[in-house]
Write a protein that binds this ligand. Sequence first.
Ligand code: FES
Length: 125
Amino acid sequence: MEYTDIVMENFTCPKHVGEMEDANGVGQVGNPSCGDIMKIFLKIDENDIITDASFKTFGCGAAIASSSVATDMIIGKSIEEANNLKNEEVVDALGGLPTQKIHCSVLAAEAIQAAILDYKKNKKK
Ligand code: FES
């Protein structure tokens, strides 16, 4: 299977790229088998709603496209909803991914969960 047009669009013109200075939740995950690393930045308001999200991904095209659609999908959502984002939903939003690239979408879901965990830890301090 080739990459879909949506994957190519989100790879060549990804949305929400870059570090976020005032993020209050940051999560980083890596996949040891391919060596790719994904970092997600979240801005979460006092009602636990994600008002902004961005990413820095050192990885393959599918990882970058997954980061782009995943950040887009969680903006405006509650942290509970974002925490429940399944990698299958990311794959669907991309119009599909080749089997050997499914783990790239898993990375996006995991990085979001890591960022939410970081936010919860910061909040307790
Ligand atoms: Fe590992 Fe894409 S090949 S994240």
